[in-house]
Design a protein around this ligand. Structure first.
Ligand code: C2E
Ligand code: CA
Ligand code: CA
Ligand code: CA
Length: 281
């Protein structure tokens, strides 16, 4: 048993080394990806569940790797977060998304009420100059603060409740909206929610995927909707894939959703026709 234990250890450490090497390689190529313009945004519509009107667009980053093809953010965002390059990537995403939104507004593809939702990672949220950065990006792109919605997770807020409260208040003073993403999956004590100037709760897709047949997920989804109503927050369900889910959410008082039922995330050339079609309706 001892013998095989040691072999196991050697096996694992070799594997870990290979992983570490792979990680360093990915990190340096992420730097280059940003410099060479290999990152791009896809946009997924957030709609009014009843009528299909576009409430907003969520910006989702992708990496067009010259050899590996399109790489999912689930693969490289955690690495970017660990290495710190998330700050540069995040600033690029914000600038790109706000600039694009302003352009669509000027071209009449969206209205002054349409939102652009941008994901913020924990490290981004903790950076000392976040509010100044966002202020500057809104100024340079010319987008109104009221059209920008930042998506953060419960764990981002709970890392440092005091500091998060301060940042959130300053963001709200700027006029930016703040959504809690993946709501229900974190460990936030719901009691804190009331203290924060939030605007939106996004019900995580792991709950939405099993409504209306799974009793637990149905109960959680109902509870989140009720919580949002009682705190006067907007509520939006993510991962809506079926008409049954859509009908259930409407019945339960969740007015907004996003998911494959309405549209997959689309690149610029895909989202523009989608927006044009919706405007024509
Ligand atoms: P998220 O913020 O929860 O984004 C929703 C994810 O669900 C997206 O995956 C989207 O493509 C996917 N999705 C949308 N509709 C459906 C559906 O109906 N069914 C299912 N099964 N999935 C659906 P994506 O684009 O691969 O992004 C994964 C995660 O990467 C995001 O999860 C977010 O946490 C992160 N991410 C993406 N872009 C950024 C970014 O610019 N900055 C940061 N910090 N994180 C990002
Ligand atoms: Ca999100
Ligand atoms: Ca989410
Ligand atoms: Ca589930």
């Amino acid at each position: 048993a001892k013998e095989s234990g040691r072999n196991n250890f050697q096996y694992y450490s070799r594997e870990l080394t290979a992983k570490a090497v792979e990680r360093v390689r990915l990190e340096s190529s992420l730097h280059r990806a940003l410099e060479r313009g290999e990152l791009l945004l896809h946009y997924q519509p957030q709609v009014d569940l009843e009528h299909g009107r576009v409430r907003g667009l969520e910006a989702l980053v992708r990496w067009q790797h010259p050899e590996a093809g399109l790489i999912s953010p689930a693969t490289f965002i955690p690495l970017a977060e660990e290495s710190g390059i998330i700050l540069a990537i995040g600033a690029w995403v914000l600038e790109q998304a706000c600039g694009r939104m302003k352009d669509w507004l000027d071209r009449g593809l969206v209205t002054a009420e349409t939102l652009i939702s941008v994901n913020l990672s924990p490290k981004q949220f903790d950076q000392p100059n976040l509010v100044a950065l966002i202020d500057r990006i809104l100024t340079t792109t010319g987008l109104a603060a009221a059209q920008l919605e930042l998506e953060i997770t419960e764990s981002t807020v709970m890392q440092s409740v005091e500091q998060a409260g301060d940042v959130l208040h300053r963001l709200r003073e700027l006029g930016v909206k703040v959504a809690i993403d993946d709501f229900g999956t974190g460990y936030s004590s719901l009691i804190h929610l009331k203290r924060f100037p939030l605007t939106t709760l996004k019900i995580d897709k792991t709950f939405v995927s099993d409504i209306p047949h799974d009793a637990n997920d149905t109960a959680i989804t109902r509870a989140v909707i009720a919580l949002a109503h009682s705190l006067s927050l907007e509520v939006l369900a993510e991962g809506v894939e079926t008409q049954a889910q859509r009908a259930f959410l409407i019945d339960e008082g969740c007015p907004h959703g996003q998911g494959y039922l309405f549209s997959r995330p689309l690149d610029e050339s895909g989202i523009e026709p989608f927006l044009r079609e919706r405007l024509a309706q």
